[in-house]
Design a protein around this ligand. Structure first.
Ligand code: ATP
Ligand code: MG
Length: 250
């Protein structure tokens, strides 16, 4: 597999809640060594769409494939085993565990799903490497609950990668972060992509999304609206109308 190959793909995916078409015929291509952004207003269906990709939500129609294999009907844990991991909109660090222990949970999980669990010492050693990679060395022994939002987000992503993910789905990772923390997170996402991972990220901070992503997919009312580079997306009249507010004449 080389950089730019499609790793995760959705074709014509729909999710309906009663009469509500939360996701309606969505397509996406998430590529290796790349950050793909997903944007859309509140309620556009971004989280629901993420759930269809990670296996947390059944689809009514459409196909999700991972490296060319149809995973549409695989449960979340089975997809995780194939290397899709995600963070949730409201985060998921264990508050009572240290940063090292939180990341070690990822390492341990990876060992178990890969069928080659390693001992405690080795788990901690591997976790420590991820902690260092993410620049979390200074807070390695702090408990999750004591971390500020920026460090928390980094630790969550470190744990995801420690769990063996090569496709990382991030739902609003910049929520609650300061400008400096958002910029720092952009650097982290670019580094993850450079390591050959495929990153899909959604966020309401458009500055953060445009700075982080190679390609941005725009959705509205559950449907695919447009896709392009951050520059193209910012200029697109439909996007300006639907999301960025006002029209070209406004
Ligand atoms: N489990 C559910 N049952 C019924 N309706 C739901 C369910 N989950 C989401 N919805 C509805 O589906 C639509 C899309 O919601 P979703 O959370 O996917 O949007 P979003 O783009 O992630 O929004 P936000 O930017 O606020 O996070 C909304 O109208 C929401 O109320
Ligand atoms: Mg959401």
């Amino acid at each position: 597999m080389t950089a730019g190959d499609i790793v995760l793909e959705a074709r014509d995916v729909s999710v309906h809640f009663g009469g509500l078409k939360a996701v309606d015929g969505m397509d996406i291509e998430v590529r290796r060594s790349s950050v793909t952004g997903l944007m859309g207003p509140n309620g556009a269906g971004k989280t629901t769409f993420f759930n269809t990709l990670s296996g947390h939500q059944e689809t009514v129609s459409g196909v999700v494939s991972l490296e060319g294999e149809d995973v549409t009907h695989l449960a979340a844990h089975a997809r995780a085993k194939l290397g899709i991991a995600r963070t949730f909109q409201l985060g998921g660090l264990v508050d009572d565990l240290t940063v090292l222990e939180n990341v070690a949970l990822g390492v341990d999980h990876f060992g178990r799903i890969a069928g080659n669990s390693v001992g405690r010492q080795e788990t901690r050693a591997r976790a420590r490497k991820w902690v260092e990679t993410f620049g979390l060395g200074d807070v390695v022994d702090r408990i999750g609950g004591d971390l500020g939002a920026g460090l928390r987000r980094k630790a969550e992503i470190a744990r995801t990668l420690a769990a063996g993910a090569h496709v990382v789905l991030l739902d609003e990772p910049a929520a609650g972060l300061s400008k400096a923390e958002r910029e720092d997170l952009t650097v982290t996402l670019r580094e993850i992509a450079e390591q050959g991972k495929a990153v899909l990220v959604t966020d309401h901070s458009t500055d953060f999304l445009f700075a982080s992503a190679d390609e941005v997919v725009v959705m509205n009312f559950g449907t695919y609206l447009f896709e392009g580079t951050p520059e193209e997306v910012q200029k697109h009249p439909d996007v300006i109308r639907a999301y960025l507010g006002g029209g070209p004449d406004a």
